[in-house]
Design a protein around this ligand. Structure first.
Ligand SMILES: NC(=O)c1ccc[n+]([C@@H]2O[C@H](COP(=O)([O-])OP(=O)(O)OC[C@H]3O[C@@H](n4cnc5c(N)ncnc54)[C@H](OP(=O)(O)O)[C@@H]3O)[C@@H](O)[C@H]2O)c1
Length: 284
């Protein structure tokens, strides 16, 4: 059966891939602040202007939607999920699939981003809507932030470069989201979504060097250096959340692998090597 599915965060890493999967069989409402930019990025479906910070426009954006995918992005603004939940209720949306973070299950994770994701999950649980949570480990695509350094021959500098992380391919997250939005049996479920193995930043850099067939150096940062770099790019509270998260990774909190990508999609999740082969042009 063809459904009408709204994708909130359609211009994002997972949302963009999700619209491509869904558009083959379903009527997709792709919510974005910038339809022009979204079209350039190849977002599929009907591009619907929407800003999660502006409640008034969301009713019309979700009009007639059977299901809703939610990826929100601003841990300093909890209103975004509130606005989407109230608009989804008003529009009669039957099922919400929310992208969350696996750290919410770790009682030691008390950083700003994880607390925000926990609060968002609680908000959806209390919303009266049927929900599914996709709790993701770090996206493999985060290392696209190294592409400039790799292209220019500079070292890739990270904090705790030997700390393992069972990072996940965003394409697997999009496939899992598509199954949860369109198939039965996902109501009230929270899935732990990881890749097939834990990999450290130093190992990721070595993978890239091997695939590029040239040396790529890894450089270890101190906590002070990493914090200064994050503070230059993000609000201070977010920079500190990243530091707390890196410390948990160094303590081994992100190394375990979960079976849920395969459980939901029937496919083994992609390795970092497979992800890197598909994105190698970004590093050339
Ligand atoms: N990255 C990770 O490793 C990771 C791991 C676990 C969980 N997560 C979670 O996954 C989600 C995606 O994170 P990300 O950092 O990877 O984001 P991202 O995919 O880079 O997406 C950013 C998108 O947010 C949209 N956006 C921002 N503010 C908006 C607003 N006010 N209204 C409407 N759209 C808005 C923008 O789309 P438009 O410009 O098209 O509007 C932009 O494309 C977050 O909830 C994050 O906590 C991420």
């Amino acid at each position: 059966m063809s459904l009408r599915i709204a994708v909130a965060g359609a211009g994002g890493t997972v949302g963009r891939r999700l619209t491509a999967i869904l558009a083959a069989d379903h009527n997709v409402l792709a919510l974005t602040r910038s339809p022009v930019r979204a079209a350039r990025l190849g977002v599929r479906g009907r591009l619907v202007p929407a800003d999660f910070g502006v409640r008034a426009g969301l009713n019309r954006a979700l009009d007639g939607a059977d299901a809703l995918f939610v990826a929100t992005f601003d841990p300093t603004d909890p209103r975004h999920d509130e606005h989407l939940a109230s608009a989804a209720r008003a529009a009669g949306v039957a099922h919400v699939v929310k992208l969350s973070a696996l750290a919410v299950t770790d009682p030691d994770a008390q950083d700003l981003v994880t607390r925000w994701q926990r609060e968002c999950e609680q908000l959806w649980q209390a919303s009266g809507l049927t929900w599914t949570f996709l709790r993701a480990r770090a996206f493999m695509s985060n290392c696209l932030s190294w592409s400039g350094a790799v292209r220019s021959g500079a070292p890739v500098a990270t904090l705790y470069g030997d700390a393992p992380n069972a990072c996940v391919d965003p394409a697997d997250l999009a496939e899992t989201a598509a199954r949860a939005l369109t198939g039965p049996g996902h109501a009230g479920r929270a899935y732990a979504l990881t890749g097939p193995a834990a990999v450290s930043a130093r190992e990721q850099v070595a993978h890239l060097a091997r695939l590029l067939d040239r040396p790529v150096r890894h450089e270890e940062l101190t906590e002070r250096q990493a914090l200064d770099r994050w503070c230059a790019r993000h609000p201070r509270a977010l920079a500190h959340a990243l530091l707390e998260s890196a410390r948990r990774q160094a303590a081994g909190a992100k190394a375990s692998v979960a079976p849920d990508v395969k459980l939901v999609t029937g496919r083994t999740p992609a390795t970092f090597d497979a992800w890197a082969r598909r994105h190698l042009d970004a590093f050339r």
